[in-house]
Design a protein around this ligand. Structure first.
Ligand code: PRX
Length: 662
């Protein structure tokens, strides 16, 4: 679509009505129906959530209380006293419901010819085998198992095997480097790590086991490492600690039948670390009953999931989106979920569209950063494929800019499919603010309305309600998908609730005159790079640990493709020269320690930081400069040495124009 047409469409400010075809069989068919459900959920939340939990899951024992609250401690136990098992819900019960031979998981490897498909029966067998194997390594209920793995079926199998045993899985994104992996294993005190020799990236193996080896020397909790052979790479195997996945499985016959542990609804299902506002990652804990209910509930309504749908969430399983919308949500519903090992643009930028055609994908859930990058290469790549199987398009991870929204709808959605923007977070477990495909009139760029039972509001800094001005996005009532706690850090958990007496998301938002929510991005110290949340302080501490660095301040900078990228201001110790070699070294340090995602786009050396008289760096000003705004800094009276800003602005201008900062 031409830029002109996009601009016309956007200035028309049309809203997009839901498609007619498919409406009559949809889970929620109209805005009136949505409103009626919202009213019911508001009047009787226990009745609403209890009914959903009953409809969607199999419980070994019913709960005594839908929600047991201790509001003083912000402690909420969903389905208290109930018992269930997540793996049983995602596999076993489908074996007797007529879905035994249905495809549960279709895996497309990086190479076109590599495809694996697991029916529910096959998934059952594999999960039981690896559960038996983990059990032989003495993994028991409550133990932590870290999964540092590529996007291969073994990752999903390992998650479900942990769930079967009652062990707590903690996945670590395979793109993390040394520091990111180490801090997560150390924090969870994992007993076993499952990894692979390597991950395939653009045709080349990228080592995982070799990355892990030096890290493990600093992780005394790890007794065993199980290694999947993905890429036939040479790896070091420590005979007392390491074992190949295939060797371990060899001991367990195909008819291994590993019984499910009966879990309390409030036993932890998994831990997933997110970048918090401190340098240390936050181990978000999700409980079995509430999380699984919410995953199944939102997958069914937000994607209008039907039994014959082929559903593809393109996120990496290392993030919450992969957990909820590739694994737990769709499998709990007995759906067919697609997993893709590769990237959208290798070897050519047509991988997504060829996969949609190949498996006749009906529901596609991806991220704005992907859409923007595919939009940039032009629609000719999309036109080669038959995308007519698609019924619903989803978006997650960052605000979707209206241009990308329009392109997605026009070229992928043949100008008629609903583009469902879903706002949520690792901590919320599942989508919170999202359109419903057959009920919501869409406004490009808005995530629309809170889902039924979700009491979202936008408030000012003092907690009073705002209307169209924008403010803090909070959730006033508990919901089943909410995190259960922060692993080993109750203070951190409390900090989410203390300011407003309600869950504080850390995002800014605005509600328009029609009640639509517009997410404005993070207002805490996080940066959202290509939909991945990174902590500024984590990057700052890595930079500051370099012997030549005195201080570092990291802020977001707007970026066309990634949404935001990283801008770092660095002061050096006295005699250190500002050199290109050091700049490169600092970028490498971050890349090596946290991972390529966290690499600063720009590092600017500065003589001094803008500080208050009490010595605090004023990041607000640094943020503006990084965004190319060189005036209107608001209240500058707190700035101890105003001349500092002139030098910083001059340096930034020089860098952006390709010259050294001075
Ligand atoms: O800033 C919001 C942004 O991503 C953050 C959550 O990141 P994470 O916990 O990694 O989970 C990502 C997947 C759910 C949020 O605080 N975000 C996520 N979805 C959207 C979004 N921002 C705007 N619109 C969205 N749809």
């Amino acid at each position: 679509m031409s830029q002109e047409r996009i601009t016309t469409l956007l200035t028309e400010q049309r809203s997009y009505v839901p498609p007619v075809h498919g409406k009559s069989t949809a889970w929620i068919r109209s805005h009136e129906e949505y409103e009626a459900i919202c009213r019911k959920a508001q009047e009787d939340p226990d009745g609403f959530w209890g009914t959903r939990a009953q409809q969607l899951l199999h419980w070994f024992r019913p709960w005594n209380q839908v929600l047991k609250s201790d509001p003083e401690a912000y402690k909420y136990e969903w389905f208290a006293g109930g018992r269930l098992n997540a793996a049983f819900n995602c596999i076993d019960r489908h074996l007797i419901s007529g879905r035994r031979n249905k495809a549960a998981l279709i895996w497309q490897g990086e190479r076109e010819s590599e495809v694996r498909c697991y029916t529910y029966q096959m998934l059952y067998t594999e999960v039981c085998r690896i559960a038996s194997a983990l059990s032989s390594l003495r993994v028991r209920k409550g133990d932590r198992v870290a999964l540092y793995m590529p996007m291969i079926p073994e990752l999903i199998i390992a998650m479900l095997a942990c769930a079967r045993i009652g062990a707590i899985h903690t996945t670590i994104f395979s793109g993390y480097a040394e520091g990111g992996v180490r801090s997560r294993i150390q924090d969870s005190k994992a007993k076993v790590v499952i990894t692979a020799d390597a991950a395939m990236r653009a045709g080349k193996p990228k080592p995982l086991k070799a990355n892990l080896d030096p890290i493990l020397e600093k992780c005394p909790s790890v007794a065993h490492v199980v290694v999947v052979n993905r890429a036939n790479q040479e790896v070091n195997m420590d005979r007392r600690r390491d074992i190949w996945w295939h060797d371990l499985l060899d001991d367990f016959t195909l008819d291994a039948d590993f019984p499910c542990e009966s879990m309390d609804a409030n036993d932890t299902l998994f831990l997933l670390h997110t970048s918090g506002s401190t340098g240390k990652p936050t181990g978000v804990m999700h409980a079995t009953g509430g999380y699984l209910t919410y995953a199944a509930h939102t997958t069914q309504w937000v994607f209008d999931m039907r039994d014959d749908d082929v559903y593809w969430c393109t996120a990496d399983v290392g993030w919450i989106t992969g957990h909820t919308y590739m694994v737990y949500g769709p499998l709990a519903l007995g759906a067919t979920t697609v997993m893709f090992e590769g990237v959208p643009n290798w070897p050519k930028p047509d991988r997504y569209w060829s996969i949609v055609e190949k498996f006749r994908v009906n529901i596609l859930y991806t991220a704005p950063t992907v859409i923007r990058s595919l939009m940039r290469v032009g629609e000719a790549w999309t036109e080669r494929y038959d995308l007519s199987s698609l019924r619903i398009l989803g978006s997650v991870g960052e605000p979707i800019n209206p241009e990308a929204w329009m392109w997605y709808r026009t070229h992928i959605g043949r100008d008629e499919l609903p583009v469902i923007d879903t706002w949520w977070q690792t901590e919320t477990g599942g989508a919170m603010i999202a359109a419903l495909p057959y009920a919501t009139k869409l406004k490009p760029g808005s995530a629309s309305f809170p889902l039924p039972g979700i009491d979202a509001a936008v408030v000012s800094g003092d907690g009073s309600e705002e209307s169209d001005e924008g403010g803090h996005l909070i959730i006033r009532r508990p919901w089943p998908g909410m995190m259960q706690g922060v692993y080993g850090n109750p203070e951190k958990y409390r900090s989410y609730f203390e300011r407003f007496g309600a869950y504080q998301s850390g995002d800014g938002a605005r509600v328009d005159e029609d009640g639509y929510f517009w997410i404005l991005g993070r207002i805490d110290d996080s940066i959202n790079v290509s939909g991945h949340r990174l902590s500024t302080s984590e990057i700052e501490s890595v930079l500051a640990a370099h012997p030549q660095v005195a201080e570092a301040a990291v802020v977001p900078m707007p970026h066309d493709l990634k949404g935001e990228s990283i801008y770092a201001y660095v002061t050096l110790v006295d005699d250190a020269p500002w050199s290109e070699a050091l700049r490169k070294e600092l970028r490498d340090v971050v890349r090596r320690d946290i991972g390529p995602l966290a690499t600063p786009e720009i590092i600017q050396f500065v003589g001094s930081m803008p500080k208050t008289c009490s010595g605090k760096i004023i990041r607000r000003m640094l943020r503006k400069v990084a965004a190319g705004v060189y005036e209107d800094f608001g209240d500058v009276t707190t700035l101890a040495h105003p001349e500092v800003m002139d030098a910083i602005i001059a340096g930034c201008r020089n860098l952006k124009e390709g010259r050294p900062e001075r």
